[in-house]
Design a protein around this ligand. Structure first.
Ligand code: TEU
Length: 591
């Protein structure tokens, strides 16, 4: 199999992705080529050189399949058809060819925990209780002693991720079907071998079309506890927490190993598989990503993106505790240091923009965007860049509910205001900070109307600051966020210590300093970033090769170390103090 990029691991190499950087494209908001206000595949085709210039190795494409778009494509009605809003199979073939020609690869989104309720499988399953496909989904009669439709008649008390019950009554049959997400996303019953066989067949069909792997949506939810027990109801809660009963269920490893066997084994090349796994633990991730077990290459864990969730959850975010953030990321670094592999991300289409969330998107916008990028990209694992992150795009000053589009946000608003009677403004304030729509406004390509995203009217308003923050203003401009990301990615491609170096946390308890080492043989990198808007004195334990003022002995002589600058987001200064949001990586051979 031909090598994709000089020095690049060939696809015969089972872990070809270890020094890759992945870029996530959310097609609806990436680039619109036909002026209908919705991004599409020909729009992506027109931007492949931009991704190549950034140094990207793999593109993860969020769903582009036929869909009624109840959840923007994560509700699929035909797995083998491209939604006309996004283009055609031929358009996708051109995108795959264009990426491969440039030494890049394409990972598709695999959404098989659920389908759309408009998928022929579900239409047939819902057609009658005697349907041959009835058991392809989770159908259950009302709870004993309840009539269908009565409050409390749902087969379990589980709440949906998108508010409300996780069960929908089908008036015709008087039975309920399970939907952990929207009611238009019924969960598939993976207990049924015919369901699994149909999915594996569909996956092989895509591999035959030349794609390079899959990002697997909520793949740790496919095995449920078939006895469907009720979940615990938290004080004041409307629904029970079914998570312990449907996450990492009893057959999850069996299903993933079977999928690996049925889909990926016996092929003449290696593919990349990434499992999105809300709530996954380090212990579980070690099993899921242990190459010996032939399940997945890496998982998306959610621990660090839940650290700012307030008492009411994600909708009442609190400032993140940097020590807790460091402790979480360090535990994953250490936890997967001898087996498995980490994915590294701050952003995706479900998370608000990190520079606004954990950074300072005002006075220290550039510094905080690049400091957060540095501490992420210098960790051990595969970094993911979400579209617009490389430009420092920020959260959106949504004016009112009419500007939101995301089903999770709209359902939450309805439940919080109409059911729980919360004040609209308070609910909107939480949504402005936590809504997924913060990630879903169109990418800013230039300062032209709509940021150059479309010549039509965009499906969701473009962020008002597109004229300041856009690709045209940053490409090739030293000191831009884009150029900083390009250099970080180039560093990973040229530095074995960045890829394979052992991770060593420094100053874990420091409230603002995020510092660690990466060591490989006699080479060590020291990474240090000040994640605050106040200058901080560098502790002696962080050898940046400066006149280090020992906090207890400020005039103690320091032992200069070689500290060659590898990358920094400020011009060189006195390394004994880190300026607000300053990030610095130095190479040292003396340790
Ligand atoms: O997300 C699963 C998931 O965990 C999120 O729903 C998360 O809980 C929530 O967004 C946090 O606010 C995946 C996809 O990434 C998401 O876009 C889909 O909506 C969801 O699955 C259902 O397919």
């Amino acid at each position: 199999m031909n090598d994709f990029r000089a020095g690049w691991r060939s696809t015969d190499d089972p872990s070809w992705w270890r020094d890759a950087v992945v870029y996530q494209v959310y097609p609806r908001s990436f680039a619109d080529s036909d002026g209908d206000g919705i991004g599409d595949l020909r729009g992506l085709l027109g931007r492949v050189d931009y991704l190549h210039e950034l140094g990207i190795d793999v593109v993860w494409l969020s769903p582009i399949y036929a869909s009624p778009h109840d959840d923007n494509g994560y509700d699929i009605s035909d797995y083998r058809a491209i939604d006309p809003a996004f283009g055609t199979l031929e358009d996708l073939d051109e995108v795959i060819a264009a990426l491969h020609e440039r030494g890049m690869r394409l990972v598709m989104d695999l959404v098989v925990n659920h389908t759309s309720d408009e998928h022929p499988w579900f239409v047939e399953s819902a057609s009658s209780p005697q349907s041959a496909k009835r058991d392809w989904y989770w159908w259950r009669p009302p709870r004993d002693g309840f009539a269908a439709g009565e409050p409390g008649a749902e087969p379990t008390n589980w709440g949906s991720f998108f508010s409300g019950s996780a069960w929908q009554l089908d008036e015709a049959s008087g039975e309920y079907y399970l939907h952990l997400f929207s009611r238009k996303q019924p969960d598939l019953n993976w207990e049924n071998p015919s369901v699994r066989a149909a999915i594996y067949d569909m996956m092989r069909w895509w591999l035959d079309r030349g794609i390079d792997g899959f990002r697997m949506d909520v793949i740790n939810l496919i095995s449920k506890d078939p006895s469907l027990p009720d979940g615990e109801v938290s004080p004041g809660g409307l629904w029970g927490d079914g998570f312990p009963h449907y996450a990492a269920g009893p057959r999850i490893h069996e299903f993933l190993q079977e999928m690996h066997r049925e889909v990926f084994e016996g092929r003449d090349r290696q593919y990349l598989t990434i499992g999105e796994m809300p709530g996954v633990t380090i212990e579980q991730a070690r099993l899921f990503t242990d190459p010996e077990r032939r399940e997945l290459d890496m998982v998306f864990q959610f621990e660090h993106v839940g650290l700012d969730h307030g008492p009411e959850g994600k909708w009442s975010p609190a400032p993140v505790d940097i020590v807790a953030l460091k402790r979480s990321l360090a535990s994953w670094q250490v936890g997967l240091s001898d087996t498995g592999w980490n994915s590294l991300y701050w952003n995706n289409h479900d998370q608000p923009r990190v520079v606004s969330r954990f950074g300072d998107d005002g006075r220290y916008w550039f510094e905080s965007a690049t400091a957060l990028a540095t501490v992420l990209h210098l960790q051990r694992g595969t970094p993911f860049v979400y579209q617009g992150e490389e430009l420092g795009m920020t959260n959106v000053p949504f004016a009112g509910i009419e500007q939101f589009r995301d089903i999770e946000s709209l359902n939450y608003f309805a439940e919080a205001v109409d059911v729980l009677g919360m004040p609209r403004e308070e609910v909107l304030a939480g949504m402005r900070r936590a809504s997924r729509d913060n990630a879903r406004t169109p990418v800013h390509w230039s300062d032209e109307p709509h940021g150059g995203f479309t010549t039509g009217s965009p499906w969701i308003d473009v962020h008002p600051d597109f004229a300041r923050i856009n690709a045209a203003a940053q490409r090739g401009r030293p000191g831009s966020v884009f150029e900083f990301y390009r250099r970080l990615i180039a560093l990973r491609h040229s530095s074995a210590v960045v890829v394979d170096g052992e991770f060593g946390m420094l100053e874990l308890e420091h409230p603002a300093l995020f510092a660690f080492t990466r060591t490989l043989g006699d080479e060590r990198l020291v990474v240090a970033a000040n994640l605050s808007s106040e200058p901080l004195a560098v502790p002696v334990t962080v050898p940046l090769g400066a006149t280090v003022h020992a906090p207890h002995a400020p005039d103690a002589p320091h032992t200069p170390t070689d500290g060659e600058t590898v990358i920094a987001n400020y011009p060189r200064g006195d390394r004994s103090v880190l300026r607000p949001w300053e990030a610095l990586v130095v190479r040292t051979t003396e340790f």
